[in-house]
Design a protein around this ligand. Structure first.
Ligand code: GLU
Length: 515
């Protein structure tokens, strides 16, 4: 393995929405590329036309854009190794399959589906645990290793259907070094004679993937652990194609587990466990009923892309320090494959919410105000951008998602209809009511520029003192009278945002209603 420019690729198959595990794979590739000054490539692996799902490619693109993963080469931005869709590269693969046959590393197999089924049944009857087309069973099948040469020629000439299979050696240790797992050693008897070219002339994933990684000069293959079993086969392909010297480094990322650790987090878990497993909402169709389906997305549920990125980065990697908040740039600087763990990572819903709260609070009010303004407009409420900024400014410490602003801050726009009864029963009495009435009367006019939180607080303290009360005896009643709720952000800030005219009106109404 020689040292050469760092070129990594994310190679999704457009078979459905991109799962967050896939987003994590893309992220780790991106972090490594940026960290090492390399190139980030996206290749669409769409050789399996039966599994093609319309819209999946656009969805992949939009998901990566949303989380901020920038591609240097892709079907959309192009690049020196275009095309970047395997279906458009179809004519390139055949020559490599032919080369493998010529060099004795692959062979034609003419077995019909019925013959393959019969083989499997035979092996099952003989209690072979994992029936496969392999170095042993191929000797009893109809292929160019068992049939006489002239029969093979005649079959090929007559256009008989065939596949091309890799000729895996019977007794050999296949070893390679994984950057995360160290040495991986697999005995070739555990590897079957995988199909490289299908009867329709399409390459399989294995052949196309290796040919493309080679032609695209990929230096590091970073992918999910589910591909680890394929790696020995890939190593053989590199060797047999004569590309061993430039074989990429492999790094197989740890599995993502369900929150309780009982197995792999799957595409179906989201609905069952109550959280999204996709970056974006996905509109699909049920495979059995054909009915339209909707799968939840982090974006639509109010998660910020920064939060998802920070969260995913930590699912399998850690910086080795106690720092948890990392921007994309900080992740790039801190990231290394050496610190990627080989043990699986458990999905933690509370943690991603925690990240979201952090990033929400860190956002300037002007960026958050539109969320509130949109909700207000939907409810037919007019509000100036300035006021919306003030409201989100005091509320952002108290919400987890941007869409909570409206729910939690309604009282800035609507006078309370109900009052928190627990507080009322504990704190409301004739003396308190009189003090609030006096406070309402003593408030400066709205036009008074000095009607800020501090002034309103001082007036409150003076008024309560004049009524022979301590501020603490009236404070909660004041909050409930104005907002209806027993808790909220800084009370005098709230009053200042509402304006003294509105506060006065609400206080008078409360005094009247509560006595
Ligand atoms: N097309 C494969 C996938 O869908 C790519 C695996 C690899 O990265 O080699 O994940």
């Amino acid at each position: 393995m020689s040292e050469r420019p760092v070129r990594v690729r994310f190679a999704p198959s457009p078979t459905g929405p991109l799962h967050i595990g896939g987003v994590r794979t893309a992220l780790y590739n991106y972090l490594l590329a940026r960290k090492l000054g390399g190139t980030m490539i996206l290749r669409i692996e769409d050789t399996d036309q039966n599994r093609f799902v319309p819209g999946a490619e656009d969805y992949i693109r939009e998901s990566l854009e949303w989380v901020g993963i920038k591609l240097d080469e892709s079907p959309w931005v192009g690049g020196p190794h275009a095309p970047y869709r395997q279906s458009e590269r179809k004519p390139m693969y055949r020559a490599y399959a032919d080369q493998l046959i010529r060099d004795g590393y692959a062979y034609y197999a003419f077995d019909t589906p019925e013959e393959l089924d019969a083989m499997r049944e035979r092996l099952q009857a003989a209690k072979v645990p994992n029936p496969q087309y392999n170095s042993i069973t191929r000797t009893q099948m109809r292929n160019s290793l068992t049939l006489p040469e002239d029969e093979v020629k005649q079959l090929l000439d007559s256009g008989a259907p065939y596949v091309i299979r890799l000729k895996v050696p019977r007794k050999e240790e296949i070893r390679f070094q994984d950057l995360i797992r160290g040495w991986v050693v697999v005995h070739s008897s555990a590897v079957d004679d995988k199909v490289l070219m299908k009867s329709d002339g399409m390459p399989t994933y294995h052949l196309a993937n290796i040919v493309d990684d080679h032609l695209m000069e990929i230096s590091h293959v970073i992918r999910g652990e589910e591909w680890l079993p394929s790696a020995p086969l890939h190593v053989l392909l590199y060797r047999y194609l004569g590309w061993e010297k430039t074989m990429p480094h492999f790094a197989h990322l740890p599995l993502l587990l369900k929150p309780d650790g009982t197995g792999k987090l799957s595409k179906r878990d989201g609905d069952r466990l109550g959280f999204p497993v996709f970056a974006l909402e996905w509109h699909g169709t049920d495979a059995e009923t054909g009915e339209p389906t909707v799968s939840r997305g982090y974006r639509e549920e109010g998660y910020l892309p920064e939060a998802l990125v920070n969260f995913l980065a930590f699912l399998g990697w850690n910086p080795g320090t106690s720092q948890e908040i990392f921007s994309m740039q900080e992740l790039i600087e801190a990231f290394s494959i050496e610190r990627v763990s080989k043990s699986p990572a458990k999905f933690d819903q509370a943690k991603i919410k925690w990240f979201n709260e952090h990033y929400l609070r860190a956002k300037p009010n002007a960026e958050l105000a539109p969320y509130l303004l949109t909700a207000l407009a939907e409810h037919g409420i007019n509000c100036s951008p300035e006021k919306a900024e003030q409201v989100v400014g005091v509320m952002k410490e108290r919400v987890s998602f941007p869409q909570d602003f409206w729910q939690e801050a309604k009282y800035f726009f609507e006078a309370p209809i109900e009052y928190d009864q627990t507080v009322i029963s504990k704190k409301w009495n004739p003396q308190v009511s009189a003090a609030l009435a006096a406070y309402a009367d003593g408030l400066p006019a709205d036009s008074e520029p000095s009607a800020n939180a501090e002034v309103l607080k001082n007036i409150f303290n003076d008024t309560t003192a004049a009524q022979g009360l301590k501020p603490g005896q009236v404070l909660q009643a004041l909050r409930v009278a104005v907002t209806g709720a027993g808790a909220g952000p800084d009370l005098f800030e709230t009053l200042a945002i509402l304006g003294t005219g509105e506060v006065g009106q609400r206080l008078r109404a409360a005094v009247e209603r509560l006595g």
